[in-house]
Design a protein around this ligand. Structure first.
Ligand code: C5P
Length: 310
């Protein structure tokens, strides 16, 4: 088989969603982005993407599963942009073509990097489908052009992020963490949450953001209690100010036995850390019965980044 022929006619990749165990935010930069100091953890809540070859120059997408109707099935989908970007840098968009199908599980506009996970999955799938020789670092650079969270969705596990959140260093993390995710019946736009953050934090020259040392120590020793005590999200007050009901949901999860609860990323998903798997089962049952949100899911982390499954 020559290098230009596809390795397989069908490539399936799954990519994880994430929570930010710490999300510290600095003052907005001239490019509209905010400097971050963040610790990402990839969770076992996956979108699955299938890719098959299409005629050169054709890039199609179908979206299935939970909330599929909220995801665009055209060239504005980040997974299509990812496929086209990879093609453009490797012979041109008219040299390759792809049919993508995404099965969504990660909440849409939920603060868990669902769109970024799909872009990461598309990069991995198309690189394989088109037999493109590209190393992980080059793939991450392409990912960063697509969005700040895409490099982490490629890397997975636990990582410290600086810059826009795309300058990554793996973090030593022992043990597994059990999460309960409450998915509210509202959407929150990430840019709108960052704008509200700016309104609520008018200090033009705050100190550079940094993550709590106790969080990194807790992760290194596998101390879930220490990790719980050090969870922090600077965007949470902004998300609550836009969706005040989130405060009730967070209170309810804490009262139902979570070690800690926080808005995930820019929200509106609320992530609750449980002491162990049994506690997570009990917590998810209790939160479901309260009827305060659209759905409740359990997930564990850390898990690997976007990987081929077939
Ligand atoms: O990079 P991405 O497209 O995922 O970011 C979405 C939006 O989130 C940006 O347009 C910006 O408004 C906001 N953002 C930010 N600072 C970051 C990351 C994202 O202001 N570090």
């Amino acid at each position: 088989m020559s290098a230009s022929q596809p390795v397989s006619d069908l490539v399936r990749v799954r990519a994880p969603g994430k929570v930010n165990l710490a999300l510290r935010v600095g003052a907005v930069r001239e490019d509209g982005y905010h400097p971050l100091a963040t610790v990402f953890q990839a969770l076992s809540i996956f979108d699955e993407l299938s890719a098959t070859n299409a005629a050169p120059g054709e890039y199609r997408i179908r979206v299935q599963g939970d909330q599929a109707h909220l995801v665009p099935e055209d060239g504005t989908n980040l997974a299509v942009k990812a496929a086209r970007l990879l093609a453009a840098r490797n012979g041109g968009v008219d040299r390759h073509g792809v049919d993508l199908t995404i099965r969504k599980t990660i909440p849409v506009t939920g603060g868990m990097a669902g769109g970024s996970a799909d872009a990461a999955a598309a990069l991995v799938a198309c690189a394989n489908l088109w037999a493109i020789d590209i190393n992980p670092a080059e793939l991450q650079d392409l990912g960063a052009e697509l969005g700040a969270d895409v490099p982490f969705c490629l890397l997975g596990s636990t990582a410290l992020g600086h810059g826009r959140g795309d300058d990554l260093v793996p973090v030593l993390s022992r043990g597994g963490y059990h999460w309960v995710l409450a998915l509210p019946d509202v959407e929150l736009s990430t840019p709108a949450v960052f704008r509200r953050f700016d309104e609520m934090n008018p200090d033009a020259d705050p100190p550079p953001p940094s993550v709590p040392a106790g969080l990194l120590e807790g992760l290194a020793s596998g101390d879930v209690q220490r990790v719980a005590e050090n969870l922090v999200n600077d965007l949470e007050p902004a998300a609550i100010s836009l969706r005040p009901d989130l405060a009730d949901l967070l209170d309810a999860g804490r009262e139902a036995g979570a070690l800690a609860g926080m808005v995930s990323g820019s929200g509106p998903t609320c992530a609750f850390l449980a002491g162990n798997e049994d506690a997570a089962v009990r917590l998810s049952g209790a939160l479901s019965s309260l009827g305060l949100c659209r759905a409740v899911r359990r997930a564990s982390g850390p898990v690997p980044g976007a990987r081929q499954v077939a």
